[in-house]
Design a protein around this ligand. Sequence first.
Ligand code: IPE
Ligand code: IPE
Ligand code: MG
Length: 244
Amino acid sequence: MQPNLHYPLSPIPYTPPRHVAIIMDGNGRWAKSRGLPRTAGHKKGADTLRSTLNACRDAGVKYLTIYAFSSENWKRPSDEISDLMQLLRHYLQKELDTLHENKVRLRFIGDLSQLDKDIRASIDDAMEMTARNGAFNLTVALSYGSRQEIVRAVRRIVEKGVAASDITEETLAEALDTAELPEPDLLIRTGGEQRLSNFLLWQAAYTEFYFTDILWPDFDTKHFTEALQDYAGRERRYGTTGEE
Ligand code: IPE
Ligand code: IPE
Ligand code: MG
């Protein structure tokens, strides 16, 4: 039987996913269809992020991890990259106080060494400032690629001199950038593509996937709620028969 779903008119009568991960895709196409530069799509996408964050908190989600810029996105034209970085600077400056007031802990994962110095400094400040917040966890994957993350993790393990026979799944999980995060329960990708594009390959082993054609700048709270409702109807078996 379908659960009785009334959100957002009444509290959600089901357990929300604890951790939602989102591949925010479709900004460029959104802009193109309006005859606008791609950056206009990225800007509108930043608004979507704000509303999605609020929707997560309203729904009782505790962790939101967003794919903001992939290691492969460095291959884009330099104009688009600098526009995206400028948007990030602006977003951090504008939103940090509000996030902090709302007790949001902000984390960044990825190869941050590739970023400009000033951005790295702002990121360090933001992580430090919000480090003791516990109401919500927002993690931004930036210059992030899951394969590179796994390689970095293996290097850390080798550098520590861990014996091969002592290496377990936990050893690797704890060496990943996501060590402090639970695994994602629900992964949403907007924009119509049905692939991971190098996002959370290890972490998503048992994550539920939700793909939608809606472009990220158009993805509103109603669409997000639909994703949560879809998730609520999933049966997670983790390889078992699903019987008690
Ligand atoms: C996602 O939107 C944002 C980033 C990758 C930074 P895109 O820029 O990939 O938009 P599309 O997929 O070209 O429409
Ligand atoms: C994935 O989107 C990365 C982000 C959303 C940040 P892309 O647009 O880069 O992925 P592909 O190229 O379609 O796989
Ligand atoms: Mg894309």
